[in-house]
Design a binder for this molecule. Structure first.
Ligand code: S3P
Length: 425
C-alpha cells in the first residue's frame, strides 16, 4: 500500500503512543514461561507483538482478552514444541528472543519470517545459543531464516561478551539461561535497554547487573519466572517521531504522554535538546511526558552509544535535515541490519529532502537546510520498514508532502500512526 502525506498547516494536541514494543514482547514471553496466570495492560497493538503472542499460544500458553487487559496462562509443565512453523512475520525481536526461549524447550522448532526478516543476520544469536547447547541451523554464513533449532532441557550456562550493541542478543541468552544447569554471565560494552533483566527480576529470577566504565556485566541464575501483573509504558521510540515532528514543523505544539524513561531509551531527547528543541519534560518514577513546540534546530554530533539500538536515527536524520549546519551520526553501522538497510535508507531520505548527505565507513553526515519549509516533496519506498515509513511521514508532514511505498508496514509497531498524525492537524 502507498500512503500520501500532505503538509499540515498547524499541529496541536496530545498523543498517547502505543505500549512499548520491547516490554510487550517480553511480557508475553515471561508470562508464557511462568506457571499460572499473568495479566498485561497496555500491550502494543502492533503486528510484531501479535506474532509473539500467537507463537506463545502455539507453544502452549493460553491467552484471553478483556477490555485492555490480556491474560496469559503459562502451562504448568512448561512450553512444548509445536509441529507447525513459528511465524515471526517482520519482527526481529520475536525471532531473536524466541530463539533463546525455544533453545530451552526440548524438541524441534522451525522459525520463519517475511522477506525483510529472512535477510537479517541470526548468527549473532546462533553463536551464543549453540555454545549453550542448542542446535541451530539457518541459511548461509549469517544463519538467516528459516531457522531450525533443536532445543534441550540440558543447556549449559556460559560467559559471553556480546560483540555488538544488541538488547535482542542479550535477551535471547537471558531467556535460554533460565533453562541452563548453571549460571550465565553476559558482558555488554554498550549498555543496551535492560528490559529483560528488569522484568525477569520482577518475576522472581535472580539477575545481578554490575555497571562499570567498560559496560555492564549481567549474571543470571537458572529458574522459572513467576506469574505477574504487567503494565506496559508508552513506547519512547514511537514518541521520537512526534518529538521530531513538533520541533521541525513551523507551527506545532504537541504533548506526548507517558513514555518509558529508561535512560537507554530516551537518548533522542538529549540529542534534540542539544539541537535547541523547545521541549518541556515532566518525569515521574518510570514515565515521562513531553511538550514539544516548533524550534529552530542547529546541527549536532550524535554517537550510537547515546541511542543504543539506533532505532531513532532515521527520524533524527530528518531533524538534522531541518537544522542549520552539518550533523554527524557516528558508528551507526547497525542501521544496515534492521528491518531494512536504514543506513542507506536514511541517506536516501535526507538526499530526497534536498540535503547533501554522505557516509564515511559507519558514520553518516547530513547538511541541514535550516528549516523543514525548504524540504522537497519526495517519494520513498520504505522497504517493509515501519520506522522508515514514520520517519518519511514526519518529513512529509512538516515539509512539502510525500508518497511512501509499503506504508502499511507501519502496522508492525504502530497501526494507528496515520490516525494519530491526522488528529494533530
Ligand atoms: C529491541 C532491540 C533493538 C531494537 C528493536 C527492539 C528489543 O534491536 O532495534 O527495535 O526489544 O530488544 P537490537 O538488539 O538489534 O539493537
Amino acid at each position: 500500500m502507498n500512503a500520501t502525506v500532505e503538509h499540515f498547516e498547524s499541529l496541536r494536541g496530545e498523543v498517547r503512543v502505543p505500549g512499548d514494543k520491547s516490554t510487550s514482547h517480553r511480557a508475553l514471553m515471561v508470562s508464557a514461561l511462568a506457571d499460572g496466570e499473568s495479566t498485561i495492560r497496555g500491550l502494543s497493538p502492533g503486528r510484531d507483538v501479535a506474532a509473539t503472542s500467537q507463537i506463545m499460544e502455539q507453544l502452549g500458553a493460553i491467552r484471553n482478552d478483556r477490555d485492555d487487559v490480556v491474560t496469559i496462562v503459562g502451562p504448568a509443565d512448561g512450553l512444548q514444541a509445536s509441529n507447525a512453523a513459528l511465524d515471526c512475520g517482520n519482527s526481529g525481536t520475536t525471532m531473536r528472543l524466541l530463539s533463546g526461549v525455544v533453545s530451552g524447550v526440548p524438541g524441534e522448532h522451525q522459525l520463519i519470517g517475511d522477506v525483510s526478516l529472512s535477510r537479517r543476520p541470526m548468527d549473532r544469536v546462533a553463536e551464543p545459543l549453540s555454545l549453550m547447547g542448542s542446535r541451530f541451523a539457518g541459511e548461509g554464513a549469517r544463519i538467516c531464516a528459516p531457522l531450525h533449532i533443536v532445543g534441550t532441557n540440558a543447556l549449559r550456562g556460559i560467559d559471553y561478551e556480546v560483540p555488538m550493541a544488541s538488547a535482542q542478543v542479550k535477551s535471547a541468552i537471558l531467556f535460554a539461561a533460565l533453562r541452563a544447569t548453571s549460571p550465565t554471565t553476559i558482558v555488554e560494552h554498550v549498555r543496551t535497554r535492560p528490559t529483560t533483566e528488569e522484568m525477569l527480576t520482577r518475576a522472581g529470577v535472580s539477575v545481578a547487573s554490575i555497571e562499570g566504565d567498560a559496560g555492564r556485566r549481567v549474571t543470571i541464575q537458572p529458574g522459572r519466572p513467576l506469574a505477574r501483573n504487567w503494565q506496559v509504558p508508552g513506547d519512547p521510540s514511537q514518541a521520537a517521531f512526534f518529538a521530531v515532528l513538533g520541533c521541525i514543523h513551523p507551527d506545532a505544539d504537541i504533548d506526548v504522554l507517558d513514555i518509558d524513561n529508561a535512560r537507554e531509551r530516551v537518548g533522542f531527547l538529549g540529542v534534540l535538546q542539544r539541537m535547541g528543541a523547545t521541549m518541556t519534560l515532566r518525569s515521574g518514577d518510570s514515565m515521562t511526558s513531553l511538550t514539544v513546540r516548533s524550534s529552530e534546530l542547529t546541527a549536532t554530533d550524535v554517537h550510537a552509544q547515546e541511542i543504543p539500538s539506533v532505532d531513532e536515527v532515521p527520524v533524527l536524520v530528518v531533524a538534522a535535515a531541518a537544522a542549520e549546519g552539518v550533523s554527524s551520526f557516528r558508528d551507526v553501522g547497525e542501521l544496515r541490519v534492521k528491518e531494512s538497510n536504514r543506513f542507506e535508507g536514511s541517506l536516501a531520505l535526507a538526499t530526497k529532502l534536498g540535503c547533501r548527505a554522505w557516509s564515511e565507513g559507519d558514520d553518516l553526515f547530513v547538511e541541514g537546510l535550516g528549516s523543514a519549509t525548504r524540504f522537497s516533496t519526495f517519494e520513498l519506498d520504505a522497504a517493509l520498514d515501519h520506522r522508515m515509513v514514520m520517519a518519511s511521514a514526519v518529513a512529509g508532514c512538516a515539509g512539502a508532502g510525500c508518497s511512501i511505498g509499503t506504508a502499511d508496514t507501519v502496522a508492525s509497531s504502530y497501526p494507528q500512526f496515520f490516525d494519530d498524525l491526522e488528529r494533530l492537524a
